[in-house]
Write a protein that binds this ligand. Structure first.
Ligand SMILES: [Zn+2]
Ligand SMILES: [Zn+2]
Length: 337
């Protein structure tokens, strides 16, 4: 079968062979697989992986074969795959912090993933989806599950002002989740004009351009001295610092964007203390994949209105380039093309 294999230096389309599923595995015929910022970082040598490995960790497909001990899914099921595999045995797993698992392995990062015609998946990582769901939207289940965790950590309460900094794919999913809360107002900070229009259509109360010099003051004015919750979805120390300055006293900052590991941000401990500020990270998707699936299947979160550019597997390099240039909200490899 054809697959996009990362050999530690480059990503190459390769003819790979497949073994039979083990007792607890299923063979998934991949329908679609999203290109994530992490894939780009892995190939650029800026994010860890275990090569040689087939990349792609946001994917869905149909189950073709089952190991003889699989019970939770059946042949023909259309499933989304949670790529993050926790050991269940380490101290973190045993205290409910599975995203911090010391032996964490991820499909498409450490084990062969979804940029391929087929993929072997531990059955427990599969979540059944309605067969009517379009695969190119179903790949968003993984990023949505991560956004659900960030949303939970934000702890939005009735009447809160919420600011989402960054209106890309994750900022948009976060906006859709925040719309389910009883926040008083949801403000999104995003410079790109096309994205601004999308965010307004998706329910942002106000979209603000960070290139406008007075934008921080505008947000402080609109929110009456700052937001109770600010969710940073950009991934840079500058964005985190700007986000921090949008908080009201007693506010909570969720760092969702993945900043480069060598960036830092200077903050006054006195201010954190005196203003009773909470700063939290949001890493992966512990116990939130089912929630993401449920929200989408119950039509509480719509994914079918998100602008997606698709590529066949043999144009994976063009797809990566599209993602790097951010030419569309999302880039997806469609195995049916
Ligand atoms: Zn990802
Ligand atoms: Zn563990």
């Amino acid at each position: 079968m054809q697959a996009a294999l990362f050999d530690g230096k480059t990503l190459k389309l390769t003819d790979c062979s497949l073994r039979k599923p083990a007792a607890d595995e299923v063979l998934v015929k991949v329908s679609a697989c999203g290109v994530c910022g992490t894939d780009i970082k892995i190939v650029a040598g800026k994010s860890a992986a275990t090569p040689p490995v087939i990349l792609g960790h946001e994917y869905c497909g149909t189950i073709e074969k089952l190991g003889n001990q699989v019970k939770n899914v059946s042949g023909g099921n259309f499933v989304s795959v949670d790529p993050n595999i926790y050991c269940g045995e380490c101290r973190f797993c045993r205290t409910g912090k599975i995203n911090l698992c010391e032996n964490l392995m991820a499909l498409g990062v450490d084990i062969d993933g979804g940029f391929a015609e087929y993929c072997l998946v531990p059955a427990k990582q599969c979540y059944q989806l309605p067969t009517s769901m379009n695969p190119i939207h179903a790949v968003l289940m993984e990023p949505l599950s991560c956004a659900v965790y960030g949303f939970q950590k934000a702890g939005i309460q009735s009447g809160n002002s919420v600011v989402i900094v960054g209106g890309g794919m994750i900022g948009l999913l976060m906006l859709k989740l925040c719309r389910l809360s009883s926040a008083r107002q949801i403000i999104v900070v995003e410079p790109d004009e096309d994205r601004q229009a999308t965010l307004e259509k998706s329910g942002a109360d106000i979209v603000i351009d960070p290139n406008d010099e007075t934008y921080t003051q505008s947000i402080l004015d609109i929110t009456r001295d700052g937001a109770e919750v600010v969710i940073e979805c950009v991934g840079s120390s500058t964005a985190v610092e700007q986000s921090y300055h949008l908080l009201k006293r007693g506010g909570r900052l969720v760092i969702f964007g993945v900043s480069p590991s060598d960036q830092h941000w200077t903050v006054s401990p006195y201010e954190l203390f005196r203003n009773d500020i909470t700063v939290t990270g949001s890493f992966l998707n512990p116990f939130t994949f089912q929630t993401a699936v449920d929200l989408v299947t119950a039509d509480k979160i719509r994914l079918d209105d998100i602008e997606i550019k698709t590529f066949p597997l043999n144009r994976i390099h063009d797809a990566f380039e599209n993602q790097i240039q951010q030419k569309s909200m999302k880039t997806v490899i469609d195995l049916n093309l």
